[in-house]
Design a protein around this ligand. Structure first.
Ligand SMILES: Nc1ncnc2c1ncn2[C@@H]1O[C@H](COP(=O)(O)OP(=O)(O)OP(=O)(O)O)[C@@H](O)[C@H]1O
Length: 251
């Protein structure tokens, strides 16, 4: 197996009386879609918060692209090549779709100086051309001029993905991308993630098991803060403990 892009070792985190994560060992290899599943309250979001840098662990460490990032801020992790899309859509509603993505492109270290009075026109054009290309990639090319707040929920989720892609991540953290979407929007989102997976490694947290089993190369199962299984989709589907703790209700 290739060297891991993300390697989480012995990660533990306690909130008051709750052991939200207990000695979790987890890895994502380059090029894969690795889904993290488990019942409500299992610790999935807490785990993603630790990977993205929103929370610090009580113990354990996180290596990303060969570097110990355990103590790095979210911002530093984005710069190191991680991008995250959130459970709740996180776009600037009063800006156009294109401006939202342009801001994300512009936040990248290689994107040059900030928006400003003296920014050369050519640089500005490059910025918006690049932002347009990311919108096209998520199927929102024709919505570039619309205010983000006027897009449908599914379109806003796609916009958020374009913003994540604009940071040119090595690893995309997707926290319940299907949440709140109807069947048609979900189907579109699955296709979109399939398309993105050709270009970027993905860690996916999702409750929609049809989507998970369609998208994932490997699946890990978290129950009560403990990782009880990691394997290929068929292995996970057959695992007796997984069926008992979670999948039994979903299959
Ligand atoms: N900031 C916090 N303070 C106290 N307890 C917390 C905090 N964040 C999470 N928890 C607890 O940690 C456990 C794991 O929660 P978490 O939200 O990570 O689960 P989850 O698997 O993402 O659930 P869901 O699928 O419902 O989103 C739960 O018992 C939750 O109540």
């Amino acid at each position: 197996m290739a060297d891991a892009l993300l390697e989480v070792r012995a990660l533990s985190r306690r909130f008051a009386a709750v052991d939200a994560l207990q000695d979790v060992n987890f890895s994502v290899t380059p090029g894969e879609v690795h889904a993290l599943i488990g019942p409500n309250g299992a610790g999935k979001t807490t785990f993603i918060h630790h990977v993205s840098g929103a929370l610090r662990p009580d113990s354990g460490n996180i290596h990303f692209a060969g570097r110990d990032v355990t103590r790095l801020s979210m911002h530093e992790r984005v710069r190191a090549g991680m991008a995250r899309s959130y459970q709740i859509t996180n776009v600037f509603a009063g800006q156009t779709a294109l401006d939202n993505v342009a801001l994300a492109v512009q936040g990248r270290p290689d994107a040059g100086s900030s928006f400003g009075f003296w920014r050369p026109v050519a640089a500005e054009r490059r910025l918006f051309d690049e932002a347009s290309a990311f919108l096209e990639q998520v199927g929102l090319g024709e919505k570039a001029g619309q205010l983000a707040g006027h897009l449908s929920h599914g379109e806003q989720r796609a916009l958020e993905l374009a913003m994540a892609l604009a940071t040119q991540p090595q690893l995309l953290l997707l926290d319940e991308p299907m949440a709140g979407t109807g069947p048609e929007e979900s189907a579109r989102m699955v296709e979109l993630i399939e398309h993105l997976a050709r270009h970027v490694t993905i860690l996916l947290v999702e409750h929609d098991m049809d989507a998970v089993f369609r998208l994932a190369d490997r699946i890990s199962v978290l129950v009560n803060g403990r990782l009880i299984c990691t394997g290929l989709p068929d292995e996970v589907r057959q695992d007796a403990e997984v069926r008992r703790a979670y999948l039994g209700d979903h299959l």
